[in-house]
Unconditional design. Structure first.
Ligand SMILES: [Zn+2]
Ligand SMILES: [Zn+2]
Length: 238
């Protein structure tokens, strides 16, 4: 499988950046994970967005869903319908728009669910965040892709992401800025999770423009032997 990094920031983009958005390509199956601000334009540069097999949302915060509102106009213009999987969050204004539109087929997911799309099996796992949120583990082509979405530590994470070939993890905080009560992992905790799961390759993401990415990379590299920083336009083999 191939992972195309489209947007890496959160909760707001850096100059010319984009917030959460990743395209996973497996044989004939194209899975988009999150569609934050600036992501739709980058996805459109790769392929027509209506040819996605499905869109999976980790949660409904705007930095993960903002571009759904403009994708709606494109789907209307093309007369197309896109399958969307996401956790239930009744408080989300964007979820109300998506639910009401004939251009989206919205299916609720919860931890423990498994969805088959084309040649891929997508498992839904827990996340710890201020709104309902999930993470995903995808099996395809004999490989495993894990994506934590936005989360802080949880006892179930190591088991859920076990055996990930590539783990894409929330690493927003440098260690000294992290706390148990925060909504995100630190780079060091993301690396500890990658070690616990046996992940071959850790990719750090949800990069807050306030913090130095090089510092996050250094902290994670002290714990895991194969760490990369997510950057828009990069492509990783899973
Ligand atoms: Zn976020
Ligand atoms: Zn969030």
């Amino acid at each position: 499988m191939k992972l195309h990094i489209l947007g890496v920031n959160g909760p707001f983009p850096e100059s010319n950046g984009a917030t959460s958005g990743y395209l996973l390509e497996a044989e004939d199956t194209l899975l988009q994970f999150d569609l934050g601000s600036g992501v739709l334009a980058r996805l459109t540069a790769l392929m027509p967005p209506e040819s996605l097999s499905a869109l999976f949302l980790t949660h409904w915060h705007f930095d993960h869903t903002a571009d759904l509102t403009v994708l709606l106009y494109r789907l209307e213009a093309m007369g197309q319908v896109l399958q969307v999987y996401a956790p239930v969050d009744e408080s989300s204004a964007i979820r109300k728009i998506v639910s009401a539109s004939a251009c989206f087929r919205l299916t609720d997911v919860a931890p423990g669910d498994t969805v088959s799309v084309g040649s891929c099996k997508v498992h839904v796992g827990e996340a710890r965040h201020p709104v309902p949120a999930v993470g995903y583990r995808v099996e395809g082509e004999g490989r495993t892709f894990g994506f934590t979405g936005d989360t802080n530590t949880l006892p179930s994470l190591p088991e859920f992401y076990r055996g990930s070939s590539l783990l894409l993890a929330d690493a927003l905080f440098p260690s000294e800025n992290w706390a148990e009560s925060k909504p995100h992992l630190s780079a060091a905790l993301a690396a500890e999770l990658a070690v616990a799961t046996g992940a071959e390759h850790l990719v750090l993401t949800h990069l807050n423009p306030v913090f130095q990415p090089r510092r996050l990379l250094r902290e994670a590299q002290a714990i895991h032997p194969h760490v990369s920083l997510a950057s828009p336009g990069s492509v990783f083999d899973v």
